[in-house]
Design a protein around this ligand. Structure first.
Ligand SMILES: NC(=O)c1ccc[n+]([C@@H]2O[C@H](COP(=O)([O-])OP(=O)(O)OC[C@H]3O[C@@H](n4cnc5c(N)ncnc54)[C@H](O)[C@@H]3O)[C@@H](O)[C@H]2O)c1
Length: 345
């Protein structure tokens, strides 16, 4: 029988509490032993709600706790680098939300720390675990659409995150489009060689304070000769709208819909069309499957489907897109690495 992995959760906000509850209630092989969040009464409240003995406002308590094997880090992006380095130094295995860190320099440092301390580090690119994207990947590898030649990705948020989040997010390309850069590389089985990005503030003026935008587009080219485009929006009042199209030489794949349920209600008032309201609803399965995979990787000492090194490539693409956007869409070329694992997993 596999050993039980004792886990602590760091950061109990929008996504952190959701991951922590999943871990406590659903992930086999894991035991939630501690929760940490420095602000308000979040840690104490989560501990009471989830029946966890230990809670703390000081994340260092978690790193120094010999009872803990692994941590899940769902804190603001600006804190990821510091958290990962501390966790690795104390020999804790790491699941960290995307993006890996906020800067590429920090990404280098955490990759080194993970290597030096020989811990597992998986990054939260959950689309690779979503059953629809995963099915698409298997069909592409089986040759069902021939050679993939064009990728289209759509990521539209139903509600714009609050200013406090935007401030620490690293901007729309690093925070939002990075999901599409990752899934584009994975589905196309190819690395991105150039980006050209544009963006505009169409609805939320506070974006400009952080050199950020609420509507953006990145044109991408791959080392396979394929091309694509990635749209990111914070203005999707029709629902949380996440879709992809992969056009191949022999056919196409369409992933995702903004429809949440299939039952259609028709009555005197009209009809209902329940749309997906948020990321937790759309990626319910994927968020659970990625945590299950993380625990399995720790138990079996195996490399995760999405590593820190692989996540650095996504950050390089996002950094190039941000630079392109700031330079009026200038085409930026990227050096491609052949080390990433883009197979089905
Ligand atoms: N994969 C996805 O789909 C997805 C979706 C949303 C957010 N995220 C990522 O998750 C991370 C958190 O996002 P969120 O929306 O949950 O943010 P949030 O602001 O709602 O929550 C962050 C939490 O971390 C706490 N915190 C701050 N500093 C801390 C520290 N040093 N130690 C422990 N806790 C600390 C805050 O008090 C807060 O409770 C971000 O990196 C974001 O990019 C990923």
């Amino acid at each position: 029988m596999s050993r039980e992995i004792r886990v602590a959760a760091l950061g109990l906000g929008r996504l952190g509490y959701y991951h922590t509850k999943n871990l406590k209630e659903k992930v086999r092989g894991a035991k939630l032993v501690s929760v940490a969040d420095p602000f308000g009464d979040q840690a104490q409240k989560a501990a009471a709600e989830l029946g966890v003995e230990k809670w703390t406002k000081n994340p260092d308590d978690v790193f120094q706790d010999p009872e803990i094997d692994a941590v899940i880090i769902v804190t603001p992006t600006t804190t990821h680098g510091e958290m990962i380095k501390k966790a690795a130094k104390h020999g804790k295995h790491i699941f960290v939300e995307k993006p890996l860190t906020q800067s590429l320099n920090e990404a280098e440092e955490v990759i080194q720390a993970v290597e030096d301390h020989q811990v597992i580090c998986q990054v939260g690119f959950m689309r690779r675990f979503d059953p629809s994207y995963y099915d698409a990947k298997k069909r592409i590898e089986a040759g069902d659409i021939g050679k993939p030649i064009y990728f289209k990705g759509i990521t539209r948020d139903f509600t714009c995150p609050p200013e406090e989040f935007i401030k620490n997010s690293g901007g729309i390309f690093l925070d939002c489009s990075i999901h599409d850069y990752d899934i584009a590389r994975y589905l196309m089985g190819a690395e991105i060689t150039s980006v050209s990005a544009h963006g505009t503030v169409v609805q939320h003026p506070y974006m400009s304070k952080y050199n950020d935008v609420d509507q953006a587009i990145t044109y991408i080219e791959f080392d396979s000769g394929a091309a694509g485009d990635v749209e990111a929006s914070r203005n999707s009042r029709h629902g949380y709208d996440i879709r992809a199209e992969i056009i191949g030489t022999e056919g196409s794949l369409f992933v995702g819909t903004f429809r949440n349920r299939n039952a259609i209600l028709l009555n005197a008032k009209g009809s209902n069309y329940e749309v997906i309201p948020d990321f937790q609803t759309r990626f319910n399965d994927a968020y659970l499957l990625e945590l299950e995979e993380f625990i399995k990787c720790v138990q079996e000492n195996k490399e995760p489907r999405i590593t820190a090194l692989d996540s650095k490539i996504n950050m390089q693409i996002a950094a190039a897109a941000t630079k392109s956007f700031l330079n009026n869409g200038e085409k930026i070329f990227l050096e491609t690495s052949k080390t990433a694992n883009l197979s089905v997993g």
